[in-house]
Ligand binder design. Structure first.
Ligand SMILES: [Zn+2]
Length: 546
């Protein structure tokens, strides 16, 4: 019913304007945006094969390749100086080096064959050894391996025993038990934990190596929020800290049994005997191994890597206005794999933000049927989930002058919740004319209603404005609108999957954004910067957050 009304309205408008051709083309372009094609693209982007599109990751690169291949097929123009659809973001990654060693009992053991270590933080320490048996302390189970032991400045040695079925310690939460065995020594002042792996893991490790942790990624300064111009009160983003920043800040090593026997100064047979006692549910009495010490030397390597935004352009149809731009953006990354999640561990990010990602493909295709006078730049951002990294990188390394960007339209989650409305955030924070343009288009199309519940810069109850990519553009005084269908219970879990997406809604939101981009691309002048007295020109770094 809505659609019949639109057609009638558009036909009347065409008659009034006396120019049926552009409107006909615009309708053709709108008609090219379909729920079926959105679903097809999303089936690829949110597939398990993308491995949750973490930044950086091979899955994200595969998604980027899909986007670049599509826009090339549509005939879009590369915008980057090297003629590529990729805007490269250089990264570095720190991993534990294979030169890392553990020395004890006159022998030196190597990472990752003799011992494993999580995280990627360097360490160089020597400590006396304290055997803490199974390494648990659970009052309810009547078990305490730590009483009477002094761990201050010492290295705790734990035995990852396999307690018998039905043992009191096995009745509780396994995850809690695991973290307790690591954190209790740290809390008692130990400088490191050596966890001797269980006999079954020892058997399974024959000929194998411990996993080398993927390590922490360091982002270049240009992929972070820069300091604000006046107050300078905002913290610089910079590199994240290493892998041991939470909880136990001490090295936790996993030991194979040869290394463990040398560390403890016992034979393999004596070690197996201790595991046999644990298997019967008996406690191994903890004790300081006076005179015995170990040296842990963890070294790191820095690897150069990269990720990318995907950037493409539809050149404007007007010889003058084509040097001004409308930017359409969405993040195509997600949060990767959630270890330990059951029964599925891949966070497919269908709504977040596969929905915005594929919506942009449909808009790109529609733009090849009917494009505006200004050029339209498409930016699929990487690393949004890591702190709007790709968006900060784009605005701080922008291939076009920021002063020439009329407005930015951003989609992040557009396929869920209320079937007939879409939340707008930020549409009137910088320019009343941007907001007015959306409302004109909304009324004309009659496809979907605008929900303004979050569209208030002073709303204390939500911070969504600062939590998605448009915020980086907004911070450089570019009028920007965030299209958002609100959060869902499945957000950032493996359950955010394609079958929950409302493609009929996504189609209508996509048409709304496409038509808004046309409107903003065709108006005689760029929208006025009339809402924030601090903002006098685009490209200016503003000192307030809104
Ligand atoms: Zn998102």
């Amino acid at each position: 019913m809505f659609r019949r009304t639109i057609l009638t309205t558009m036909a009347a408008a065409a008659l009034l304007l006396g120019c049926t051709a552009p409107l006909h083309a615009q309708q053709q372009a709108l008609d090219s945006i379909t729920a079926g094609e959105l679903r097809m693209h999303l089936a690829f982007i949110s597939a398990d094969e993308m491995q949750g599109r973490d930044t950086p990751s091979p899955g994200l690169n595969m998604a980027a390749l899909y986007l670049a291949t599509r826009v090339e097929a549509y005939g879009l123009t590369p915008l980057m100086p090297d003629g590529s659809f990729y805007q490269t973001i250089p990264l570095s990654r720190t991993v534990l080096s294979r030169t890392s060693t553990l020395t004890a009992g006159g022998r030196t053991f190597m990472f990752p064959t003799d011992f494993g270590a999580s995280g990627s933080t360097a360490a160089d320490l020597t400590g006396e050894l304290v055997l803490v048996g199974y390494g648990a302390s659970d009052a309810e189970a009547g078990w305490d391996d730590y009483s009477g032991l002094d761990l201050q400045g010492k290295i705790a040695v734990l035995l990852e025993g396999e307690l018998p079925e039905g043992h009191a310690l096995r009745l509780g939460d396994n995850r809690r038990l695991r973290s307790m065995r690591t954190f209790t020594p740290a809390g008692a002042g130990a400088v490191a934990v050596l966890n001797v792996i269980s006999p079954s893991r020892e058997r399974a490790m024959t000929g194998a190596e411990f996993e080398v942790s993927t390590g922490g990624v360091s982002w270049p300064a240009g992929a972070s929020s820069p300091p604000r111009s006046s107050s300078g009160g905002e913290q610089r983003g910079g590199a994240p800290r290493g892998g041991m920043q939470r909880g136990a800040r001490i090295p936790v090593l996993e030991l194979r049994h040869d290394a463990a026997a040398a560390v403890l100064g016992i034979s393999r047979a004596e070690l197996e005997a201790m595991f046999a006692r644990l298997a019967r549910g008996e406690r191994i009495e903890g004790r300081a191994l006076s005179g015995r010490q170990a040296t842990i030397d963890l070294e790191t390597d820095t690897l150069s890597e990269h990720t990318q935004n995907v950037v493409a352009m539809v050149p404007g149809s007007d010889p003058v206005l084509k040097d001004e731009y409308v930017v359409i953006g969405a993040h195509y990354d997600h949060v990767g794999i959630r270890h330990g999640a059951y029964p599925d561990s891949i966070c497919n990010g269908a709504d977040d933000n596969g929905s915005g990602t594929v919506s942009m493909l449909e808009i790109a295709q529609a733009m090849t049927i009917e494009r505006p006078k200004r050029s339209v730049i498409f930016v699929w951002h990487a690393g949004e989930e890591k702190g709007l990294r790709g968006a900060w990188w784009f605005v701080q390394n922008c291939p076009v002058p920021l002063e020439k960007i009329n407005a930015m339209l951003q989609m992040d989650m557009i396929s869920r919740n209320d079937h007939d409305s879409i939340c707008l955030i930020g549409s009137h924070f910088v320019s009343s004319e941007l907001d007015a343009a959306h409302r004109r288009v909304c009324d004309r199309l009659g496809l979907i209603a605008i929900d303004d519940k979050y569209n208030d810069p002073d709303l204390p109850t939500n911070n969504y404005h600062r939590q998605s990519d448009h915020y980086a553009y907004h911070s450089y005084s570019i009028p920007a609108t965030f299209f958002f269908s609100d959060i869902t219970p499945e957000l950032h879990t493996p359950a955010d999957e394609i079958h929950l997406c409302d493609f009929d809604k996504a189609e209508r939101v996509t048409k709304f954004v496409y038509a808004s981009a046309l409107e903003l691309g065709n108006m005689p002048r760029m929208v006025a910067l009339d809402r924030n007295p601090e903002i006098t020109q685009r490209g200016q770094r503003i000192s307030t957050g809104r």
